[in-house]
Design a protein around this ligand. Structure first.
Ligand code: APR
Ligand code: PHB
Length: 399
């Protein structure tokens, strides 16, 4: 079957779905091709911090109703260092807040709204392949669920929103592509627990035994993380061991972590990655397909949303005014923000984790880095500015 659209979008993560919404708003057609099922993408547990600009965009696109009801607005984060507590007060320092609302809830809202508009989002497609990306007539082929027939999508542009492992990035020839990698020697063991919130804001705890993070999901479910070795086996972590370690690493006078039954647990490794450029011919990479950040800076989803704002703006200018300059500068525009997010995520990661075989000198410097944030209003404000909003596109530019 041969189908024609303006923009073929590979991947129904935050990048692909948000792009389809932004284009629809400007009357531009797209088809989203997703290899997993709707249930799977709506059930995968990921992070959950939305920057100031991301929440404003959701609201402006009429996608924010449930986020406004069920998400939690936080006016800061707490840094905890061996039991000592310090609030980085975002509202007071930079006049902004963040919203804690799980990524899979964002996915549910974006999918439902897009389906209500008629989509199309094709789930469970197989053998997705990109063709002629450096011509004016790129194509994507795949097999649609339940059919052996090849589905061929002719388009003007391909948006590669297919995550780190997707096929899109490989279509930028290796000779035209630089990849920058950093792998950290630790991972995060993340749990969901049936318990009420222990804190009204997130707690990032530096501890001699390793980093811990207290986050939240709902009045009944909490999200917590522990630094573990990168190749740690989850089977070594009984529920008892997890709670003992969480209590130890977050302990502070006058505060107590509320525990409860653990309903989900997994370990993810931590890495930083950037692909430069993010564009080749008529192929544009967005989100995790082009860059990965360690979760300590809570930037992953926001970076994906930032990319597709730039891309949508370029595509709209192309169809409306025949302009190609914004598309030509897509990669450079995004990479400026991406590297600043990489820097911030690296900074938070390096400041908060215990590094294996860390020299005593480096450990003291790490404590001084944290003390600097606690003592200097300027340092705290710099952290607050990066944490709450690294977006560069004015909201009006995509509405
Ligand atoms: N064909 C079709 N779809 C694919 C293919 C393929 N060959 N390979 C991957 N995909 C889909 C995945 O199943 C996934 O649903 O692409 C989607 C990519 O979504 P995400 O991984 O969520 O990436 P992105 O939209 O860039 O959002 C980045 O997700 O991983 C988190 O921390 C990250 O918060 C960040 C956000
Ligand atoms: C989360 O709630 O999953 C979360 C919060 C903050 C982070 C990372 C993850 O830095």
């Amino acid at each position: 079957m041969r189908v024609r659209t303006q923009v073929a979008i590979i991947g129904a993560g935050p990048a692909g779905l948000m792009l389809s919404h932004l284009l629809h708003r400007h009357g531009i057609e797209s088809v989203v091709l997703e290899c997993r099922s709707r249930e799977e993408i709506e059930g995968t547990i990921r992070a959950g911090v939305l920057e100031f600009g991301t929440t404003r965009l959701m609201t402006a696109l009429d996608l924010g109703a449930r986020m406004e009801r069920e998400g939690h607005v936080h006016d800061g984060i707490e840094l905890r260092v061996n039991g000592r507590r310090f609030k980085v007060d975002f509202q007071e320092l930079v006049g902004k807040t963040i919203t804690v609302y799980a990524q899979h809830e964002v996915i549910k809202d974006l999918v439902a709204a897009r389906m209500a508009q008629g989509g199309p989002i094709l789930f469970e497609v197989a053998d997705v392949a990109l063709h002629d990306v450096d011509s004016h007539h790129p194509r994507v082929t795949c097999r649609v669920a339940g059919s052996d027939e090849v589905y061929e999508l002719e388009c003007d542009f391909i948006a590669g929103c297919d995550g780190y492992h997707g096929p899109s990035r490989q279509h930028i020839p290796a000779s035209a592509r630089n990849e920058y990698h950093k792998v950290y020697p630790y991972g995060w063991l993340g749990i969901l627990a049936e318990a009420p919130p222990s804190s009204p804001i997130l707690i990032y705890s530096h501890h001699a035994g390793g980093f811990a993070l207290v986050s939240t999901r709902s009045p009944e479910i909490q999200r917590l993380y522990l630094q573990v070795d990168r190749d740690e086996d989850i089977r070594n972590w009984s529920d008892d061991r997890i709670w003992t370690e969480l209590h130890r690493r977050t302990a502070a006078d006058g505060w107590r972590l509320i525990d409860g039954p653990i309903i989900q647990k997994s370990i993810v490794g931590m890495r930083s990655f950037v692909c430069d450029p993010m564009q080749y011919g008529r192929l544009f990479l967005a989100g995790d397909a082009a860059h990965i950040v360690p979760p300590t800076g809570a930037k992953g989803l926001n970076l994906a949303v930032g990319d597709v704002q730039v891309l949508a703006r370029g595509i709209v200018a192309y169809y409306r005014e025949g302009r190609t300059d914004l598309l030509a500068s897509y990669s450079a525009t995004c990479l400026d923000r991406v590297w600043r997010a990489e820097r911030f995520s690296w900074y938070m990661t390096m400041m908060l984790h215990r590094h294996p075989n860390q020299a005593e000198f480096d450990y003291r410097i790490q404590l001084a880095e944290l003390a600097h944030v606690m003592h200097s209003r300027h340092a705290a404000a710099a952290l607050a500015e990066c944490y709450t909003d690294l977006s560069t596109e004015p909201l009006e530019s995509v509405l």
